[in-house]
Design a binder for this molecule. Structure first.
Ligand SMILES: Nc1ncnc2c1ncn2[C@@H]1O[C@H](COP(=O)(O)OP(=O)(O)OP(=O)(O)O)[C@@H](O)[C@H]1O
Ligand SMILES: [Mg+2]
Length: 266
């Protein structure tokens, strides 16, 4: 493949001038305006910004749960026209079914998508082992800690083999130590399985430690204020050691200042 062919390849995810309004019978609210965003295959992107700046809206548009009022949302160059097996969406709450075992919970997505077979079940169980949860496959969610439950939810999402993973504040309910361990486990797992991911987080140090690139958003209306490429020395190690790399604190301070300087006016 030549360089010119490579440069013509569509991005894994692309938003072109996307504006989205939530319309009710009494009002129309502009959640995001003029969003341009590009994510290459295998990249790990973080969205940060104040509450209400449209982070979840952007994920919902990529997942095909919302259709943009204006502009285009593309996956591999094709316009998103609804939900797709290519995209896995993991929310802050784990939504595990308490009356089903962990094993049944992780097979649920396979059932919903009609792809349950011995092979896909084995793959799901393999992921469960990778997430160090092999011992609890017959347990029920209430017997697990918050961090374990989030890992189960991730296995359930990954079991359907999505190429793109959308993670909406998946660690925000966890204690700090669990969160740091889970960050490393998730980055290692996603790299091993060559997934493309977008993580929404309010934790700036988490965004810098996990992401290859950051988009900083402002609100009223939601828009991209700044894009930051994380330097290789911080990007390449796993999140925990990344925090000790030279330049991490400086980058944190830069992102912090950007966030402090955000105004509500376009
Ligand atoms: N279904 C909806 N109907 C009307 N307005 C909505 C709807 N969903 C979100 N909004 C509004 O759109 C804006 C963006 O919301 P969104 O949930 O995308 O923000 P967010 O950045 O994810 O915020 P947070 O950090 O609090 O999760 C907010 O002002 C919100 O009130
Ligand atoms: Mg949100």
């Amino acid at each position: 493949m030549t360089v010119s062919q490579l440069s013509c390849q569509p991005a894994k995810i692309e938003l072109c001038h996307v504006t989205h309004l939530y319309v009710s019978s009494t009002r129309a609210f502009m959640a995001v305006k003029g969003i341009d965003l590009r994510v290459e295959e295998g990249e790990f992107i973080c969205l940060v910004g104040p509450s209400g700046c449209g982070k979840t809206t952007i994920l919902s548009l990529i997942a095909g749960l919302e259709h943009p009022t204006a502009g285009k949302v593309l996956i591999e160059g094709r316009e998103v026209a609804g939900t797709s097996r290519k995209v896995g969406y993991m929310l802050q709450q784990d939504y595990l079914f308490n009356w089903q075992t962990i094993e049944e919970n992780i097979f649920l997505g396979l059932d919903i998508q009609g792809i349950r077979s011995r092979e896909t079940e084995e793959y799901a169980l393999h992921l469960l082992e990778e997430m160090e949860l092999g011992d609890v496959r017959k347990a029920y969610p209430h017997q697990l800690s918050g961090g374990m439950r989030q890992r189960v939810a991730l296995v359930r999402t990954l079991a359907c083999q999505p190429e793109i993973l959308l993670l909406d504040e998946p660690f925000s309910a966890l204690d700090y130590q669990t969160k740091l361990k889970l960050e490393d486990l998730i980055v290692a797992t996603l790299r091993r399985h060559k997934k493309t991911a977008i993580l929404v987080t309010h934790d700036l140090s988490e965004a810098i430690a996990m992401g290859d690139r950051l988009y900083i958003l402002a609100r009223n209306p939601g828009r991209i204020n700044r894009e930051i490429v994380v330097p290789a020395a911080i990007r390449e190690p796993l999140p925990f050691p990344a925090r000790n790399q030279e330049g991490f604190t400086e980058l944190f301070n830069q992102v912090w200042r950007e966030m402090e300087g955000l105004s509500d006016d376009a």
